[in-house]
Write a protein that binds this ligand. Structure first.
Ligand code: ATP
Ligand code: MG
Length: 235
């Protein structure tokens, strides 16, 4: 479904990615794990068209999308839930969800997706009229994922969905990501520092170090891998 081929990218003169390659198959949950500054977020930015790569190609459903504008890429069904969540703090919960669907015209399905989001996160329904900026960190993360779902994703890109959340809530969020994948058949690519949680729910994963993919495997294999255990799981 998505192929990132030998991508190099930089911010000014600072090289952030050096020939990154990865693949996400239809229906999969794939994770990118790695330390601070490894290049996870940058990889997602290249996929969404926010950052133009120096070299390489990104192919989505057999078409190259490098050089397309972010809104065009979003309209193909690649929906990004950014680090920092990308909410409109002065708009209500419901308005944020509606903004997530602004490129769509299928009214009935939008309404159905809204109900699906509220069934995943009932607290959002209770707080429908509350301003997004006044939600707790965990509620904002739920809203960010909900807003992403309202975009009608074929491929959902989640950047650090567990960031800043209490352990119980981290479990919930990852369970919900799994549920979205299973029930809605949404393909999911996650950038995540919480390697244990990410690997636990992923079909496959890549380890990124200094802008390079250094390892690839099933979630299960990487959870058992010596290097991954030492460097990322603290075992
Ligand atoms: N806007 C920017 N301007 C300059 N350099 C940047 C910018 N954003 C990221 N970088 C640099 O690019 C490299 C990769 O950063 P990136 O944000 O992709 O890492 P990451 O793997 O997402 O890390 P984290 O786990 O901390 O989110 C880092 O060295 C970082 O300092
Ligand atoms: Mg990041």
């Amino acid at each position: 479904m998505l192929e990132v081929k030998d991508i190099s990218a930089a911010y000014g003169k600072a090289i952030a990615l050096k020939d990154i390659s990865l693949y996400v198959g239809e229906g999969e949950i794939v994770s990118l794990i790695g330390a601070n500054g490894a290049g996870k977020t940058t990889t997602l930015r290249v996929i969404t068209g926010i950052l133009r790569p120096l070299r390489g190609d990104v192919v989505f459903q057999e078409k190259s999308i490098v050089g397309m504008e972010p809104y065009q890429i979003a309209s193909l069904g690649i929906i990004h839930v950014p680090e920092g969540r990308g909410l409109f703090p002065d708009m209500t919960v419901r308005e944020n969800l509606e903004m997530g669907a602004f490129m769509r015209t299928d009214r009935d399905e939008i309404e159905r997706d809204m109900e699906f989001v509220y069934s995943l996160f009932p607290v959002l329904k209770e707080r429908e009229k509350q301003l997004a900026g006044t939600l707790s960190g965990g509620e904002q993360q739920m809203l960010a994922i909900g807003k992403g779902l309202m975009g009608g994703p074929k491929l959902l890109l989640l950047d650090e969905p567990s960031l800043g959340l209490a352990p119980l809530l981290v479990d919930r969020i990852f369970e919900t990501i799994n549920q979205i994948n299973r029930e809605r058949r949404v393909t999911i690519l996650i950038a995540e520092q919480n390697a244990y949680m990410a690997l636990s729910i992923s079909h496959r994963a890549y380890v990124i170090e200094n802008g390079v993919t250094v390892m690839e495997g099933t979630g299960k294999d990487l959870l058992g891998n010596e290097h991954v255990r030492k460097a990322y799981l603290g075992i």
